[in-house]
Design a protein around this ligand. Structure first.
Ligand code: RAM
Length: 342
């Protein structure tokens, strides 16, 4: 599997860097960025909301990275995925004077003032998963290109409905930077390459399980000819799958999008869902933490061309848009889902 082979490579890199440390090679006299040089780095991790297994997994990756680095990391966050609710946590992190804040933004602009105040106070800001406007952060750690994430979902739904018929999108919250970028690109892809698919509705479940469940029911009611649903959120797709699975629409209305294997396994096995996509959220949190540490220690400034080591994942280079790219989305189906546990 892709993740596995990547892990193997990363593992080899880790062994190699360990060997280099033992022989005294590869050390950087100015240090700060290397393992063991970051005891004073404190990091706050602020997901869109708490209680979402996707973010539980990214935070687990962040904690693993912090432990390797020797930094402290605390996760905080609201119950509801809103920008307003995030602002107070950003303000607190700034008041505490943490070295870095890692945030998945519920809105591209609404948290910007708070983030820039934190930056003025000396906190480095890394967005991950869902970005802000570029001038409110030092670096964006991107899970995969927006084009790639949009295309994989359009390809999957097109395959599953014979490239023709009505579809709807069940998204996260209406202002989420990541979902909105993906939806925009899905629309473009559908228009350009799938003339017989009609996108009839876009609804928002707010990354809340019950709201997403209710919105699925409403979609099926208001669009009797619906052939498929695309849900570009792990909360939405799991709630929609649960609804479909117990309904007359199971196996008749296709469902795909972005999900975690552990939440979707049951629905792939019982025939509700054929295939869906995602990246590894654990790796995303892990990479964001190495990036935050590299910024906090001054190893990088977040400028295009800056490079840093991200432990088992190897070396990363900051791209022209001040982002770092984790990789490509991956498709899960009945054949491979049991190889994954997150
Ligand atoms: C949800 C969140 C997150 C998104 C994933 C795919 O967990 O909306 O931001 O990246 O789905």
């Amino acid at each position: 599997m892709k993740f596995h082979s990547k892990r193997t490579t990363a593992f080899a890199a880790l062994v190699l860097s360990g060997a280099m440390a033992l022989t005294g090679c590869g050390g950087d006299a100015e240090g700060g960025g290397d393992n063991g040089g970051s005891e004073d780095v404190s990091i706050t991790m602020l997901p869109k909301n708490l209680g979402n297994p996707y973010f539980d997994t990214s935070t687990a990756g962040a904690k693993a990275a912090a432990e390797e680095i020797g930094a402290t990391l605390e996760e905080v966050g609201p119950q509801e995925a809103t920008a307003d609710a995030q602002v107070q946590y950003i303000n607190t992190a700034a008041q505490q004077g943490v070295s870095a804040l890692i945030v998945s933004a519920n809105d591209p602009t609404a948290i910007c003032d708070a983030l820039n105040q934190a930056r003025d106070a000396g906190t480095k800001v890394v967005t991950f998963d869902s970005d802000t406007e570029p001038d409110c952060r030092d670096l964006f750690v991107n899970q995969a290109t927006a084009e790639g994430i949009a295309k994989v979902q359009v390809d999957l739904i097109a395959e599953q409905i014979g490239d023709s018929g009505e579809i709807a999108i069940l998204s996260a919250s209406a202002n989420a930077t990541n979902q909105n970028a993906w939806i925009e690109m899905m629309k473009q892809d559908l228009e350009a390459n799938h003339p017989d698919i009609e996108l009839v509705d876009v609804v928002y479940g707010d990354d809340d399980d019950q709201t997403s469940f209710d919105k699925t029911a409403a979609l099926l009611q208001s669009h009797p000819n619906l052939k498929g649903i695309v849900s570009p959120t792990t909360v939405g797709i799991a709630a929609a799958a649960r609804y479909l699975s117990d309904s007359e629409f199971k196996g008749k209305v296709a469902l795909t999008g972005l999900g975690t294997p552990n939440q979707m396994r049951e629905y792939v096995k019982n025939g509700t869902v054929e295939a869906f996509a995602l990246w590894n959220p654990e790796d995303l949190g892990y990479l964001a933490t190495y990036a935050a540490n590299a910024l906090a220690t001054g190893e990088i400034e977040g400028n295009p061309g800056d490079t840093f080591e991200a432990g088992k994942l190897g070396e990363y280079t900051v791209e022209d848009d001040n982002s770092v790219l984790l990789g490509e989305p991956f498709v899960f189906n009945a054949e491979n889902i049991d190889d994954f546990d997150f």
